[in-house]
Design a protein around this ligand. Structure first.
Ligand code: URA
Ligand code: SF4
Length: 196
């Protein structure tokens, strides 16, 4: 159907298949090294990502960049995309509040994510956060219990999940890194597996 990632991207940028298209500023398709053995799949764009059209550029993205750097990696070593390509937010009050995508939105957006993974053919998929793991590993995935473990995947030889930076930030206390060390560890483990 799609001969390469660029033609998939061009078509995806026009998508109005779910309600998230109504208020988005940009479709955030994904970026990085399309030849990387490791693809990171987050939840969906937030405010900064919606404004810039780029994945993981806000506060979560800064933490992700740091966790990659703590493994000697940069964004150019991996490919980064999301479960849904448009921002999910609650607009009922004056200012938009980010929310997780609904199961329907996740399912509708698989029409882009699955071919994207099919064209990149990563060795390992690292799901960042529970919605991504539920979408790509198994629907009853328990992130706090099952992160850091490899699972077989329909879309790559293996997949793993890591805690989402926004979850880590909510858990952080002066004497507790909120699980940041686990994010660093899981990225390192996934990268090492790609080269084993
Ligand atoms: N959180 C995500 O899951 N993805 C992004 O691109 C940004 C924040
Ligand atoms: Fe299309 Fe996905 Fe955006 Fe919905 S979230 S409009 S399915 S690209």
């Amino acid at each position: 159907m799609f001969k390469d990632l660029e033609s998939l991207r061009q078509t995806c940028l026009q998508c109005t298949e779910c309600g998230l298209s109504d208020r988005r500023l940009n479709v955030v398709f994904g970026e990085g090294n399309p030849h990387s053995p490791l693809v990171l799949v987050g939840e969906g764009p937030g405010d900064q990502e919606d404004k810039s059209g780029r994945p993981f550029v806000g506060r979560s993205g800064q933490m992700l960049d740091r966790a990659l750097a703590d493994n000697g990696l940069s964004r150019d070593d991996v490919y980064i995309c999301n479960t849904v390509k448009c921002r999910a937010a609650d607009w009922s009050t004056g200012k938009p509040q980010n929310r997780p995508p609904t199961p329907e939105e996740v399912t509708t957006c698989r029409q882009w994510l699955i071919p994207q993974l099919g064209l990149i053919k990563p060795r390992v998929i690292l799901c960042i956060g529970a919605p991504s793991a539920k979408n790509l590993i198994k629907k009853d995935f328990k992130i706090t219990k099952e992160r850091g473990q490899f699972f077989p995947s329909e879309f790559a030889p293996e997949a793993m999940a890591a805690l989402h930076p926004s979850y880590i930030m909510r858990q952080q206390r002066p004497d507790n890194d909120g699980g940041y060390h686990l994010l660093v560890e899981d990225i390192g483990k996934a990268w090492k597996r790609c080269h084993s």
